[in-house]
Every structure is written in C-alpha cells, then in structure tokens.
Design a protein around this ligand. Sequence first.
Ligand SMILES: Nc1nc2c(c(=O)[nH]1)N[C@H]1C(S)=C(S)[C@@H](COP(=O)(O)O)O[C@H]1N2
Ligand SMILES: [Mo]
Length: 415
Amino acid sequence: MRINRRTLIRTGGAAMAAGGIGGTVKAQSSGGNLPPHVPEWMQYQGQPYLNPAYGTPSPHEADVVRRSIAGFVTDTAVASWTPIHRLHGIITPNGLTFERHHGGVPEINPDEHRLIIHGLVDRPLIFTMEDLMRFPSVSELHFLECSGNSSTEFSEKSSRLSVQMSHGLLSCCEWTGVRLSTLLDEVGIKPESKWLLAEGADAAAMTRSIPIEKALDDAIIVYAQNGEALRPEQGYPVRLFLPGFEGNSNIKWLRRIEIGEQPWQTREETSKYTDLLPDGTARQFTFNMPIKSVVTFPNFEKSFTEKGFYEISGLAWSGNGKVAKVEVSVDGGSTWQEAQLQEPIISKCLTRFRLPFTWTGQPFEVQSRATDEHGDVQPARERLIDEVGRNALYHYNGIQGWKVAENAEVTNANA
Ligand SMILES: Nc1nc2c(c(=O)[nH]1)N[C@H]1C(S)=C(S)[C@@H](COP(=O)(O)O)O[C@H]1N2
Ligand SMILES: [Mo]
C-alpha cells in the first residue's frame, strides 16, 4: 500500500493536524542553544576533519552497537546481534552487521588466499583474489539471517528479549562478487553433478553441502559489502553468498568448492542445522528462510514520549522472493491494517514497512504479519509451535508481539 493524503488523514494525519508534533516557540526558547538563540557550535570554526582517513558515527550515537549475550560467547564461538531497532531504511552498515562464527575470525592475507574448485569438473582451477575480481561482477541487495535467529521465541516462556536480541541475527547489505555459475562455466561441471561442498578457511573449517541448482541460479562468490571489501568478520577476503538461504550455508573465508553427486553429511548438516520435529525425526536441508517480519519501533529503547502521532515501523523479508504485504495489528491480533511498504521491493531483501499511528496513552499490543509473493503467510507463534514443536531451534518465523504499557514501556509479549 502506498501512502496518500487520504490514508494519512484517516489514520494519523488528523491527530497530527490537531495535536501537532514539536514544541511551540515559547516552550523551547529557554535553553541557550535553542531557537531563537544562536547555538554555541555556530560561534567558532569547526574541526576541519574529524576522522580524515575513515569516518565514524557521531559520539551521540554511541549506544547504537552490536550486542552479545553473556554466557553464549566463548573465546571463539561468537555471536553478536545487529541493533535493528536503531536502524533506518533497509541497509545494515558494515560496522553493525551481526556476526556468527564458530572458530573465531581468521587473519587472512588476501595475497596468500586461494579458492580451489575441483571434484566432478573438466578443469579443476585455483583462483587468486585478483583472478576472481577480473570476472564479470554483480551487486545485489539481500538479507542474511542466521537460521537460529529468534529461536528464543520457541520456548514456553521466551527470554523476554528485546527486538535486537530476539531478531538481530539479521543483516541486509549490497553484496558484490562474481556469480558462482560464471566460475562453474570456467571449470566445466560434469553432467552428473548434483551437490557442491563449500569449505571455509577458518579454524572451524565450516563446511556445507549445497544443491547444484542453487549454485547455477543466484549464488554469488562475494568479495565486497556495501561498497567496500568484506569486513574480516563477514568473511574477508571472499565468502559464498546464497540469497534467501539460511545464514549458516553462506560460508565465510571460502577456500574450497568440491563438486559431487551427493551431500557430504557434514557436522553442520547432521548434528546441527537440522530441524528436530515433535516425533523425534529431523528435517534436513531446510535452506530457504521463511516469510517473516517484526516491528522495530516502538522498542525497548525508543518508544512514545507523549500522546499523538507516531509511525510504527518494522522489517519484513522472505527467502522465497518478494514481500507482497505486511499487516499490522494494534489490538493484539484481533484486527489488522495494511502497512505501507517502502519501494523498491527487492527479492530476498529486507522491506521496510510503516503504519501511521496515533497513541492515545492506552496500553496496547502491536504485531506484524507478512505475506510473500507466493501467498505464504507468517504464522501465529502458537500455530508454528503446534506444527514444529518445541524441540525446534531453527527457522522460527512466528508473529512477534510487543506490549506497550501506559508509561509507553515496551516488553516482549511472548514472555
Ligand atoms: N567459515 C565459516 N562460515 C560461516 C560461519 C563460520 O563460523 N565459519 N558461520 C555461519 C553462520 S552460522 C552464519 S549465521 C553466517 C553469519 O554471517 P555473518 O557473520 O557475516 O553475519 O555465516 C556462516 N558462515
Ligand atoms: Mo547461524
């Protein structure tokens, strides 16, 4: 839904005209730096350059940071969560991209790094970074989500986490690299090829089997992120990027691709990253991340400061294609309103949604429900748990509720 004058008036706009946003001139004129006074920082020459070589955010934004959970983190098996509740639009800045690594971040000298492609191929080849960058390149915007993102919400009493800690194993960047299909053309894969093995150059030697169809479709061998080289924690100098696939399969620090006929049954696709079902059997190779959305404002840190107009906002995404619709409920799921979607809507990418809203000072519960272009609808939490049980750990995509109290404090409705 696109916003127009009528929807604005019907929803928040009326209150905006009546109540207004912003203090009156009289109310704000007392402080020395406030209008009509000339602020202090206009009265002397500013610094010529703050960070001549490489810029950093304003010190006033110092609380917009990745966060970790104490106890989860060991010396090397690390995760940090993106502050999705403090970001605007859809792009995750490189310094805030969530991190998940199982054997620490290797210190790779790109001049000594190679990618070998071998196995069921006509010509096994070894590529330098320079070689990889000579091939025709592509740049695409896609989300990356750890398959364990939001797993805390499976439990009977969720951990009462904030949106950063419940949904922040999620990022969205412009990824640049060479299509894997281009490299597979170079080596010439044999007709019987069905799977490939991707291996990382970290101490975990993270290894996953990937269907050859994905490799020939939209897989990218990525060396850049949001315009600059990959960050070390994102796989510098090169990673596998599989749009829409679970985070784990996006092998960082990629050093080896082997072409074969069958999956290799590695640790990461047997003891981990399988979905344990209620009957005790496990579902293997659930690659695509399902349709999902979450409200990011209001949140634990930023909520309403007074009655009146606000924009409820959040993110929606699907590993299966484009987001078609996001509905928002402000009455705990009884009724739903269609939110505006920020365009362009990109396949396997975050989509920002917004709903004009007037807060009357009443407590309420806000939720969002996304639908993708294939008609897949994000399930209610209870329905998802009924279906997959509480043994499950990965691919949680239940509808998320946030309770807003009379004092505007936000809490996790699953607690
Ligand atoms: N080589 C290697 N690749 C890896 C991992 C790893 O530990 N080693 N972690 C995986 C997991 S579990 C996830 S969710 C994503 C995280 O990517 P990011 O750290 O760039 O956000 O990388 C995947 N690729
Ligand atoms: Mo992950």
